[in-house]
Design a protein around this ligand. Structure first.
Ligand SMILES: [Cu+2]
Length: 498
């Protein structure tokens, strides 16, 4: 890693702005994929839809639209007129009703594990997953085994428990074999469950910004599946914008909700323009804010971050760091600027960062009974684009019915060892319940509990998690959230039984 530390450029007309060029700072290489696009516009907030009287009714229609990507009109299969979908805001105990209207083109129907599937036009079968929400996995809630055909509708009715965690979640398609295509076309949006941090002075009153990171590939006047070309050809967008500018005043604190809705990016940034404190990970609030020396978001992850700007005015580049997803040229994600933090305007007195947030559950105690211990081993055969869980390829459709790999009992705690026996980074996401990371490579995690629902599993790693299969019986899945891996088999079913 070559240590790009957010080069600072002095603003013309920024008054007394000091020239700050830290030693060793250099610019990232020019973004080849960005040529011909407008960059650097102020970050726009996404539209929000908020529940009224305990209910939020929305209709989501994936179809071909012309959207603006960096000043260019591009044809893609999105949920809305912006590349990212609207932000849905609900409270614990609410009913979230989503009418999904599949108006995607019929397109190409790939066969199971078809190598060419991701090179073909997008469309056809879809469904919806509410990533991270603690709701029933059965219809009409978070059942990802459904296939909603082109031209047909499906009415989801999610019932959030009254004690549902507050935080950041998201929605995206989850029909096996189509997920990567549809998500890289823009089908993703944020869900915010209110409460929790909102009531804490020094956080709830801050400027609150949702930033949805997505990746896509633009070929001519339309998007293509991001896997069709190597990472350096793909764009990293925030709220559908290319390298947007995020304004903050010297000394000001803001609350940023970072959503990694990309299909495959392990986002890795250095904090620039101030101090960054982690408040929540994957919809679970930390007990105490944690100062970040770097930001690392696996695909599917969400961070809530308190950003406290420094006193130095200027433009600070947010740079996606070099990342080797796998040891081949196709796996290299080069350094690229993804945003600018502009510190400008009237200085504010810095506010203290709260010292305590919310009490977190902790499954590390000796008094926590572990019902079952299991192993989950990720392997792959890149020559066939096949990705396995415990040696098994997930298959769904065309006569293949998934069968449960594991059948935990409801409301019990299990310990799983996640083993990555492959040369490539994967990550581990499970539906319905978050989990606690209790050890990495046999070393216990100390300090405050580390909860997540989509953590990275580096090549060769062994990560121990504990999870409670709380409240809901039924069938759902766990999988790698590098979506092309999931679509090519790296997924398995669990069936929670009474
Ligand atoms: Cu993977």
């Amino acid at each position: 890693m070559s240590g790009i530390l957010g080069a600072c450029v002095v603003l013309a007309g920024a008054g007394a702005a000091a020239a700050v060029v830290a030693a060793g700072v250099s610019d990232p290489p020019p973004c080849e994929a960005c040529a011909g696009f407008t960059r650097g516009e102020a970050l726009r907030d996404l539209p929000t839809m908020t529940s009224q009287g305990g209910v939020l009714d929305v209709a989501i229609t994936p179809r071909t639209r012309t959207v603006d990507i960096g000043g260019r009109s591009v044809s893609s299969q999105t949920y809305a007129t912006r590349f990212a979908g609207p932000t849905l805001v609900v409270d614990p105990g609410d009913d979230l009703n989503v009418l999904l209207r599949n108006r995607l083109p019929v397109g190409y129907l790939p066969g199971p594990q078809d190598l060419n599937a991701f090179l073909q036009p997008k469309g056809a079968l879809t469904n919806l997953h509410v990533h991270g929400l603690h709701v029933s996995p059965e219809s009409p809630q978070d059942n990802v085994f459904l296939s909603i055909r082109p031209g047909s509708n499906y009415q989801y009715r999610y019932e959030l428990p009254s004690d549902h965690a507050s935080g950041v979640f998201w929605y995206h398609p989850h029909r096996h074999e189509y997920t990567d295509m549809q998500t890289s076309a823009g089908q993703a949006g944020t869900i915010i469950v209110r409460g929790g941090l909102d009531g804490i002075p020094g956080i709830g009153d801050l400027r609150d910004r949702v930033m949805v990171f997505q990746n896509t590939l633009v070929r001519g006047s339309s998007t293509a599946a991001s896997q069709a070309r190597p990472p350096k050809h793909r764009l990293i967008l925030i709220n559908g914008q290319l390298q947007p500018r995020i304004d903050i005043r010297p000394g000001e604190s803001q609350r940023w909700r970072l959503v990694n809705a990309s299909t495959e990016r392990f986002l890795t940034f250095l904090p620039v323009g101030g101090e960054y404190y982690l408040l929540a990970r994957d919809g679970v609030t930390l007990e105490r804010p944690q100062r970040l020396s770097s930001i690392f978001l696996a695909p599917g992850q969400r961070f809530e971050v308190l950003v406290r700007a420094g006193s130095v005015r200027g433009d600070f580049k947010v740079v996606q760091q070099y990342f080797a997803q796998r040891p081949t040229p196709f796996g290299i994600q080069p350094e690229v600027q993804v945003a600018t933090v502009r510190v400008q305007g009237v200085a504010q007195a810095q506010q203290p960062v709260p010292s305590f947030l919310l009490r977190a559950d902790d499954l590390r105690g000796d008094d926590v009974p572990i019902a079952v211990r299991r192993r989950v081993v990720f392997t792959q055969d890149p020559s066939k684009a096949q990705f396995f869980v415990n040696g098994v390829l997930f298959a769904h459709g065309r006569g293949h019915q998934p069968t449960p790999m594991f059948s935990p009992r409801v409301n019990t705690v299990e310990e799983w060892l996640l083993v990555n026996n492959s040369p490539e980074w994967h990550n581990f996401h499970i539906h319905i319940n978050p989990y606690q990371v209790v050890a990495r490579d046999g070393k216990p995690v100390t300090g405050q509990p580390e909860w997540a629902d989509s953590i990275a599993t580096p090549p060769g790693s062994r990560i121990t998690i504990r999870q409670r299969f709380a409240d809901f019986t039924g069938r759902f899945v766990f999988h790698c959230h590098v979506l092309v891996h999931e679509d090519h088999g790296m997924m398995a079913e669990v069936n929670v039984v009474p």
